[in-house]
Design a protein around this ligand. Structure first.
Ligand SMILES: [Zn+2]
Length: 105
């Protein structure tokens, strides 16, 4: 089972990474154009991102979502977003911490 998971993860990673490369080839600017990822709340490159219903996910989160789907951890994007909630909140907290540190300097 573990080996199976590793294999799935590796295959998926290659596919998702390729999407980013394809996007950059098609539109070189997309590597540097940022958007705020709905799942992890980080500013990420448009390249390799995907729109799922109301949410746009960065390349990393697309990988996590597709893996979660594949492994049956979530059934749809809404369920994934719920699972990402804690993650997202902690990222937002990091930003706040960083911002307040920046102001002191
Ligand atoms: Zn993300």
């Amino acid at each position: 089972m573990e080996n199976n998971y590793e294999q799935i993860a590796q295959d998926m990673q290659a596919v998702i990474h390729q999407m980013k490369i394809d996007d950059i080839e098609e539109n070189p600017d997309s590597e540097f154009e940022l958007f705020n990822c709905s799942a992890c709340a980080k500013d990420e490159a448009l390249a390799g991102s995907i729109q799922y219903s109301n949410y746009r996910l960065c390349n990393n989160c697309v990988l996590m979502y597709e893996l979660s789907l594949k492994l049956g951890k979530v059934k749809n994007i809404d369920e994934f977003m719920q699972k990402m909630e804690d993650n997202r909140l902690s990222n937002i907290c990091d930003f706040i911490k960083k911002d307040s540190l920046g102001e002191k300097n």
